[in-house]
Ligand binder design. Sequence first.
Ligand SMILES: Cc1cc2nc3c(=O)[nH]c(=O)nc-3n(C[C@H](O)[C@H](O)[C@H](O)COP(=O)(O)OP(=O)(O)OC[C@H]3O[C@@H](n4cnc5c(N)ncnc54)[C@H](O)[C@@H]3O)c2cc1C
Length: 667
Amino acid sequence: MRKLDSKVPPGPLAEKWVKYRSTMPLVAPNNKRRLDVIVVGTGLAGASAAATLGELGYNVSCFTFHDSPRRAHSIAAQGGINAAKNYRNDGDSVYRLFYDTIKGGDYRSREANVHRLAEASTDIIDQCVAQGVPFAREYGGELATRSFGGVQVSRTFYARGQTGQQLLLGAYSALSRQISLGSVTMYNRHEMLDLVVVDGKARGIIARNLLNGKIERYAAHAVVLGTGGYGNVYYLSTNAMGCNVSAAWRAHRRGAYFANPCYCQIHPTCIPVSGDYQSKLTLMSESLRNDGRVWVPKDMAMVEKLRKGEVKPENVAEEDRDYYLERIYPAFGNLVPRDVASRAAKYVCDEGRGVGPTGLSVYLDFSTNTMRYGRSVAISKGQPDASDAKVKEWGKEVVSAKYGNLFEMYEKITGENPYETPMRIYPAIHYTMGGLWVDYNLETTIPGLFALGECNFSDHGANRLGASALMQGLADGYFVIPYTIGTFLANEIRTPKISPEQAAFDQAEKEVKERIEKLLSIQGNRSVESFHRELGVDIMWEYCGMARNADGLKTAQQKVRKLRDEFWKNVFVPGAANEYNPELEKALRVADFFELAEVMIMDALDRKESCGGHFRDEYATPEGEAQRNDKEYAYVAAWEFKGPGQAELHKEELTFENVELKTRSYK
Ligand SMILES: Cc1cc2nc3c(=O)[nH]c(=O)nc-3n(C[C@H](O)[C@H](O)[C@H](O)COP(=O)(O)OP(=O)(O)OC[C@H]3O[C@@H](n4cnc5c(N)ncnc54)[C@H](O)[C@@H]3O)c2cc1C
């Protein structure tokens, strides 16, 4: 087993980053101009990195498979971004954000990285405000905040329900400026299909021009991946349909270790599955749990009445409702972290108290807080005796100002008006905490290959707290990589321009072409989509989803292998290689999902404990909560590729010097 060096600098936690940053090797401006950097991805992580590296003077080439950098999946982020600004004077601090994140991650993340993230959080807000990101503001002009799960302060900055979009527009404008200055060359509609490693260092990529199918080579002194998460391995998820693991997976195949693949986040508030035709699930932002109360009926008689349509949910009396999160977790109530809220929803549905046609949903009800807001407006208008109808109307206006676009989206999809009747929600796959293993410099186990944002194994341990992915992506791109890439590039200033005309590029290109030819030559009977659906819904969600156990995971392993074999014999990919061919794009991505799925299962089998999003039925407390095993499993599991379905485990032991490992309690 290889010893993984996390390269965490010495010194007190709060001083590590400041001191390290001030003492690390620098690359002089004249040398930066001679160094080429490839950035793959234009989400918050990639766009912020490419813009900042361009601004610093590096010669950057930036790639996205989308038709515009602005289409990166970050655009979907709704609820907000955390920062320890303490504008509310409610007790927040960098330490508290650090502590909440470590605890929220169930003590499975690296202390030093998380502290650095909390430090950078405040700079991110300043940077984005300077770019013109229209964060919500209080009446007096100060930036507004709201609360997200797992915390007791209000530190989430937001732009209505479109925070990701607004932040991405900010990063995109910074990127566009560099494109217009010539320091960044942008390649839209180019998909990275392989990483090229020369003499042990990442030196380039092989990309397919998606418009004409041409296979192209790009060389650089270093490669940075900001290619997002792999939640789409489950087929149904809140991720955009195009999100995939291929860039990270291809890097993994070339030697980058893949860390904690079984840590997947299941978000408690998504619009429930409604039929077999669906290929996407829609998130209802966690911010809604600020004002929405989660409940199911107390007894089965009421469940039956609701199902038969004899009673409408809005007419169910208070005494017949079980606000189970408020009952079980009084300290955090509806704002418990996502893993806890998701499991609780699963339990009540498993008991049979789930609502809606499938019984797989719970209510998220805004009526109490609509009336509370309305009363407050009535008092401020000097009309404390206003009628209930008037109070409701005013309350609706407040709720609409906060969540209007989310309510509209819900109504468009379900046909139900959430101002009048409670929303129905159910957990769905949303985010992946696992990803490429990186050290403190965000460098993978391949020198010169860096990974940022959701595609690295991140600072979120076994469970990410809401509003912290945007924070991490932007911290990585704006504030970490611009420094840490220098630790590698400072030693490359004498390296001449990397030529793409060399053996490693020939070989990688040949392998890409062979893979494409193979997929096109099968001409079988099943669509790529049908394989993806079976892999994701019937195997991964069923056996490696909200709850896992050894028997189920072993069954899943067999099923994935069998299905993967069938895929390579019976998939039908129409069209040709040298043309626009979206089915071919999908086939290449699904082929990688098959290999990833096996390592996820291996990782879930290895981790004989429950922690965060990884819940093993065998390791639960008598109350049904996750039971960690810190003695044996306080490590990052970093898997080395040894062939499809084969991987070797390396462990990075996690040391906790600043927080005490406790059983996570939100009661
Ligand atoms: C519906 C939804 C709502 C969310 N809301 C929030 C929220 O409110 N707050 C929060 O903190 N987090 C939220 N998240 C999570 C957060 O949005 C993501 O974790 C984050 O935006 C990921 O950013 P990224 O830059 O790492 O990746 P992405 O934004 O996914 O970008 C990936 C980029 O890589 C490119 N790419 C990928 N593979 C290749 C390849 N092979 N070749 C070329 N290009 C490639 C893509 O084109 C894209 O440009 C939400 C997630 C979802 C799904």
